[in-house]
Ligand binder design. Structure first.
Ligand code: NAD
Length: 251
């Protein structure tokens, strides 16, 4: 039956950036669909665990600006829940500064979390999937700035454009192992990431006016796309970046 294809019972997922915002929403979606989730975040995902229950959701704290925690994350998922089937690369940061003054520090910080660690964590997950046999799913959280230039966010745009590109590269190379690699490009979502934008009345009104759906997105808006890309229902979807944007890109 078609709804069975979306069932994640028996599946184990790692979701980065699980303490708040979109990562918390994705963890909730996976647990509601039947999966067990290991969350990863800089500050403890205690609130997410309270929401989802200790049996379904466990977490580790880690700083994803370096590659150092990758082995620990994969091993913890495998040891805690016995296997790994799904990786969601959601953790991400943004630094706003005029391009003319943009610092090397803000370049490296954003590229490290949003792109460098994302790739090597995906590589480690893929190795685990191949070792287990039976494929797996990798989903990265991209952005409207995988498609557009943005303003005052050069390292963010570089990182998110890279996410869209390497999503295709990884999909091309790993489809033969039954691994699907895809991305979700959220539109403008009401989370910490956009707090500064929403506080700026002029920018906020201009953004809102341009969104055909007429509202900012919420973490709940990503739940359907996340479960789709994590489930059997998307087995023939490879290397695609799916916009969940209230129509922003179509305008
Ligand atoms: P958020 O700021 O609420 O969450 C960011 C998450 O990343 C947090 O869970 C945090 O723990 C984690 N994180 C950041 N740096 C980390 C580090 N060094 N080590 C470990 N974890 C780290 O923002 P959000 O909106 O929920 O963002 C989630 C993802 O969605 C990001 O990749 C962001 O770029 C992307 N995104 C957000 C929007 C939006 O409008 N909010 C739009 C497009 C894409």
């Amino acid at each position: 039956m078609i709804l069975d294809m979306f069932d994640l019972s028996g599946k184990v997922a790692v979701v980065t950036g699980s303490d708040t915002g979109l990562g918390q929403g994705i963890a909730k979606a996976f647990v509601e669909a039947g999966a067990k989730v290991l969350g990863v975040s800089r500050s403890p995902s205690t609130a997410t665990q309270e929401m989802l229950g200790e049996d379904n959701f466990k977490f580790v704290t880690a700083d994803l600006s370096s590659l150092e925690p990758i082995e620990m994350i994969i091993n913890t998922a495998a040891e805690t829940f016995g296997r790994l089937d799904i990786l969601v690369n959601n953790a991400g940061i943004i630094k706003r500064e005029d391009s003319i003054d943009f610092s090397v520090e803000n370049w490296d910080l954003v590229m490290n979390v949003n792109c460098r660690t994302l790739f090597f964590l995906s590589q480690a997950a893929a190795k685990q999937f191949i070792k287990q046999g039976g494929g797996g799913k990798i989903i990265s959280v991209a952005s409207m700035l995988s498609y557009q230039g943005g303003i005052r966010v050069p390292s963010y745009t570089a990182s998110k454009s890279a996410v869209k590109g390497i999503t295709m590269t990884m999909a091309n190379e790993w489809a033969k192992y039954g691994i699907n690699v895809n991305a979700i490009a959220p539109g403008y979502m009401a989370t910490n990431n956009t707090q500064a934008l929403r506080a700026d009345e002029e920018r906020s009104a201009a953004i809102l006016e341009r969104i055909p759906a007429g509202r900012w997105g919420t973490p709940d808006d990503l739940m359907g796309a996340a479960v789709f890309l994590a489930s059997r229902a998307s087995d023939y979807v490879n290397g695609f970046t799916l916009a969940v944007d209230g129509g922003w890109l179509g305008r």
